[in-house]
Write a protein that binds this ligand. Structure first.
Ligand SMILES: [Zn+2]
Ligand SMILES: [Zn+2]
Length: 343
């Protein structure tokens, strides 16, 4: 028997013993080392996604681990490999899949929401979801591969190139990772955020950070770009104020990348899109190459993983991990298997 944390509805996790199942022919069995808490997991925890996930579900997908068993049809992965999972399965039949856009498959299955996930010691997953890690990359840092792959996908969708002015609206974990990836691509990056701790944190990381509530915000931001505006803008805020801001401070022919999940339809200044020939691009999850880029960035130490990890809790304290007492919370990790915990 092994341990698993089940989301049981109404902000409650329960630790249960589950039997250890051998992987199916096309699966591998991973012993989970670390699993980060995603914004989506917090939504589940808060009870907003019960219809989709139910109230007896092991969630978690921002993980790292070690392969412990390999199904008989799996050839390219071995016991002992350090790995992460790109938690998506596609149908292969729909029109998106047929165009090669399997990450936005019309019947997409998200592992850790639609199936059981990584807040358990042993996780069996289809081999096609697995990316191998270099052995010299720590397993705790590797739990950032998934959210970093989101950021890589966003930056590539916005076609950021060296020398550009980039604005990130919202300095949460994804916003911060987008800023890091854009900076690594050679852009000059500014961040707008409401939370004072996060504004200070962004400045510590070397970004120009601005208080979203400051008077004259628009003028300040335009001055930051010597009046020209930003060439690429990422909205991670999901609020009307963010939508108002991006058309105001966009340079001509700017690309605006929609990362946030807007639950309400915002008002958008479409005249600005016409006048400045702006472009709006959506970005959802990631493609395999985004995972490979994320692994490369972490390995080369071009992403400051240690400052992004603001808390690590054992699986027994998953409940506390979802309600961190710390003021500044970027990425909280759960250390799932005690014997894979790093010193
Ligand atoms: Zn996530
Ligand atoms: Zn499909």
């Amino acid at each position: 028997m092994t341990k698993a944390a089940f989301y049981c509805g109404d902000k409650t996790f329960r630790l249960e013993s589950v039997s250890l199942n051998q992987p199916k022919d096309e699966e591998v069995q991973i012993q989970v080392a670390y699993c980060g808490i995603c914004g989506t997991d917090v939504h589940v925890y808060s009870g907003h996604m019960d219809q989709r996930v139910g109230t007896h579900r092991i969630i978690g997908h921002e993980m790292s681990g070690v392969i412990r068993a390999v199904g008989k049809d799996v050839n390219d992965l071995n016991i002992g490999d350090h790995v992460v999972v790109r938690p998506l399965s596609h149908c292969g039949q729909c029109s998106s899949c047929q165009r090669g856009l399997t990450h936005i498959c019309e019947n997409l299955v998200f592992h850790g929401l639609d199936t059981d996930g990584a807040f358990q010691e042993y996780w069996n997953v289809p081999a096609h979801t697995v990316h191998s890690l270099p052995k010299d990359l720590s397993l705790s840092y590797s739990a950032l591969v998934e959210p970093l792959a989101v950021a890589c996908h966003d930056v590539s969708r916005a076609r950021v190139v060296s020398g550009e002015e980039v604005l990130v609206i919202g300095g949460g974990p994804i916003g911060m990772l987008i800023a890091m990836v854009a900076k690594e691509a050679g852009a000059s990056v500014s961040i707008v955020e409401v939370d004072q701790e996060r504004i200070a944190f962004a400045a510590e990381l070397g970004f120009s950070s601005f208080d979203a509530r400051a008077p004259e915000l628009k003028e300040t931001l335009l001055n930051q770009t010597k009046g020209q505006g930003f060439h690429a803008i990422f909205d991670t805020s999901g609020v009307q104020a963010g939508v108002d801001l991006f058309t105001e401070v966009a340079a001509t022919r700017a690309r605006i990348c929609m990362v946030a999940i807007h639950t309400n339809k915002p008002n958008i200044d479409l005249f600005a899109f016409f006048w400045k020939e702006l472009e709006l691009v959506g970005a959802r999850v990631y493609e395999p190459e985004d995972f490979e880029q994320a692994i490369k960035l972490l390995k080369s130490k071009k992403i400051d993983a240690s400052s992004m990890i603001t808390g690590i809790y054992p699986l027994e304290e998953i409940q506390e991990a979802f309600t961190p007492a710390k003021k500044l919370s970027m990425k909280t990790l759960v250390s799932v298997s005690p014997d894979l915990m790093e010193g």
